[in-house]
Design a protein around this ligand. Structure first.
Ligand code: MOS
Length: 694
């Protein structure tokens, strides 16, 4: 075909390609795989927080009609790869946390499986446990690295001397609670273990089919080629489906125990509070020193957080502090408390979300102590180059975001005095915070095929977890091929496709899109504009030399208006505004939705979300949506989003960065700062509940 399209597909506000199939219920999610005669697995969970299983009685469970098999540590096959203790389930009688998977029933119906599981008797030798994060924990240790591979500690200059000499100081401790990722679709896996062919097929709700394939290959001692993972449609993940967790292993074990049968496993909402990952609670001490004009002379951010004894996860909570503001003296550190708890994991903007809450509230405290406007304080401490690496910024437009946000939000009209505004029974205030998220791209490959009749296919194992990846990848492919959107179909969500990185780190579109663009350009070089039907070209995401030369981060400014009822302490957020610098926006319609989603999740963290653990029993007691409240429509006022019109010359061929996570970062701090402005009461601990104002 030769009718090339001059207009660029990138930047179009295209509607979701899969919108209609999703709202009409025809988009297949993992659990809906139409297996002819499936069996169903239900996990058995430990009811002690730490101990050793003494005995398991399964007779009553086995007597339930329809039960096919019962798995216990005693009668489960040995797993080849046991290094990852989160995944190596049923390999011993040791219980490492309450709710851990210690068995399963496979049955003809989900009801029979669940009922029979409840009839299994387990006797334990209980051991002492500790499930509460405490900064005095004697076992605190420094991990080797923090997620994904940052230095644990950093230090430059003399923080103590600078603090001692500072005209103004802030020294405060901030806390954030454990939070649980709660995507609409819980984790589900449909598994088929073909013993004769030695093949494992999984329809899995995951953020990365390739990731699941390689993890399970290790666990089961298979070659990756013996495993296929299919993830057509995924109903959210927010990080919890980024790394495989125990249920996907259990589904595969269950399928192996039910030869020839497809086995379906759906994690319940309550089980998600036990074994599919969560955000660690944090205790953060922030010390800032500044001269009389608000120029920062010292930043010290020390973090205490938790990990599980069976597998380390070290959240990178203080990492954003390293790059945010200019200061000659800087120090950050992370310490972990190993506890008898489930393994913490990724949850939207791990690190930046809790860390920027602490830093950005501390900045508000510094502004108040200096008597400087909080927007101006941030502008005054803008670093010319990355303070951490010394590298030039690829594109640091924080100041532009702050100025544009201040203008749109009406910041110049703000009364600088806290607790100075009332509207009837409500104390009203406004607050600001900065936002940031690093640019990531991970190796990916793509293939372009021409089917003939003006139909192109772009193939990459990307995952659309609800973000709109299917749509933006179609735009990117159309743009690179210079054809209309309607000429391109994308094939994603399958480990049989060319390698795609996990849908995480806000890097999916950058990674998959770079590979698609490379493949499309090479396709045109090889096959021209009138290709033969069947022509195809594969390419890898090229190396980006600029990623070593430049510091690449997105930035944003979050503004919030908060109203607090003077009688009840009820907190309302009538208005939020986020202004972001995230490179070129590939699809404004979908981007707006992503930013609003992030800010909504930030509001939810600010006001509601808290996984409360019972120290006696070790489980999360707020394990349902009544007790673990997530912001709903009624909690949200007007959320306005804007972004700078820009292209990143250094990131990737699309000129984009990432937008999945930056929207959540800073939102809670802006709300906490607005609550202070409304009441004069400083909010250093999340969530900000009504009782805190009484
Ligand atoms: Mo996101 S927490 O990197 O899936």
């Amino acid at each position: 075909m030769t009718d090339l399209l001059p207009a660029e597909a990138i930047g179009m506000a295209a509607e979701r390609i899969d919108g209609r199939s999703k709202v009409t219920g025809s988009a297949p999610y993992a659990y809906e795989y139409p297996a002819g005669n499936p069996a169903f697995a239900y996990p058995l969970q430990a009811t002690v927080a730490r101990g050793v299983i003494r005995s398991v009685s399964t007779a009553a469970a086995e007597a339930v009609p329809g039960v096919i098999a019962v798995l216990t540590p005693d009668r489960s096959p040995e797993l080849t790869g046991q290094d990852d203790q989160e995944l190596a389930i049923l390999q011993s009688g040791n219980v490492a946390f309450r709710g851990q998977i210690i068995g399963a029933v496979i049955a003809e119906s989900p009801e029979a499986a669940r009922h029979a599981t409840g009839l299994i008797g387990v006797a334990y030798d209980e051991l002492d446990h500790n499930v509460l994060l405490d900064q005095e924990n004697p076992e605190l240790y420094a991990p080797e690295k923090v997620n994904p591979a940052y230095d644990t500690d950093t230090s430059e200059g003399d923080v103590e001397a600078a603090l001692a000499a500072a005209a103004v100081t802030v020294d405060a401790t901030y806390t954030t609670p454990a939070e649980h990722n709660s995507p609409m679709e819980p984790h589900t896996t449909v598994a088929l273990w073909d013993d004769a062919a030695q093949r494992l097929t999984l329809w899995d709700s995951t953020q990365g089919a390739h990731n699941v394939r390689s993890a399970l290959a290790t666990v089961f001692g298979l070659e990756p080629e013996q495993i296929q993972v299919i993830a057509d449609y995924v109903g959210g993940g927010f990080g919890s489906k980024g790394m495989p967790h125990a249920p996907v292993v259990l589904a595969a074990m269950a399928a192996r125990a039910a030869p020839g049968r497809i086995v379906k496993l759906a994690v319940t909402r309550q089980q998600m509070f036990a074994f599919t990952g969560y955000r660690t609670p944090t205790i953060q001490r922030l010390r800032l020193g500044a001269d009389g004009d608000g120029h920062i002379t010292a930043i010290d951010h020390s973090v205490v957080e938790q990990t599980s004894r069976i597998k380390e996860f070290a959240e990178q909570t203080a990492v954003a502090t390293r790059i945010m503001y200019a200061s000659p003296n800087r120090r950050t550190s992370h310490r972990l408390a190993p506890l008898d708890v489930p393994v913490p994991s990724w949850m939207r903007a791990p690190g930046e979300q809790p860390g920027m809450f602490a830093l950005e509230v501390a900045m508000d405290e510094l502004a108040a102590a200096c008597g400087i406007d909080p927007v101006e304080l941030r502008i005054r401490n803008e670093p010319g180059t990355d303070p951490e690496s010394g590298k030039p910024w690829a594109q640091r437009h924080l100041v532009a975001c702050l100025r544009e946000g201040a203008r749109r939000f009406g910041w110049p009209q703000r009364n600088p005095r806290p607790a100075g505004q009332r509207s009837g029974d409500w104390l009203v205030g406004t607050g600001v915070a900065s936002s940031t998220y690093p640019y990531f791209a991970q190796p990916s490959s793509a293939e372009i095929r021409y089917r003939g009749d003006r139909a192109y296919v772009a193939r990459v194992d990307a995952t659309d977890i609800g973000t709109g990846a299917r749509t933006v990848l179609t735009q990117i492919a159309a743009d690179a091929l210079k054809v209309p959107l309607s000429a391109v179909t994308v094939e994603i969500g399958n480990s049989a496709l060319p390698t795609g990185s996990v849908a995480g780190g806000s890097g999916g579109t950058s990674s998959w899109g770079s590979a698609i663009t490379a493949a499309a350009r090479q396709f045109r070089d090889e096959h021209g504009t009138s290709p033969a039907a069947g022509a195809s070209t594969a390419a890898d995401m090229p190396d980006n030399p600029d990623s070593k030369t430049y510091a690449m981060h997105s930035f944003g400014a979050q503004f919030a208006e908060v109203a607090i009822n003077s009688d009840t302490g009820e907190v309302r957020v009538p208005r939020m505004l986020g202004v972001f610098s995230a490179g070129r926006i590939i699809n404004p319609r979908l981007a707006r939705s992503q930013f609003i989603g992030g800010m909504t999740m930030g509001l939810s963290a600010a006001l509601f979300e808290q996984s409360v653990v019972d120290p006696r029993f070790g489980h999360v007691v707020t394990q349902n949506f009544a007790d673990y409240h997530i912001a709903s429509n009624a909690d949200i006022g007007a959320i306005d989003v804007a972004w700078l019109d820009e292209t990143d010359e250094h990131s990737n061929p699309m000129g984009s960065r990432g937008i999945g996570e930056i929207g959540i970062v800073g939102a809670a701090a802006a709300i906490a700062n607005a609550a202070y402005h409304a009441t004069g009461i400083r909010m250093r601990d999340l969530p900000i509940t009504a009782d805190r104002f009484l």
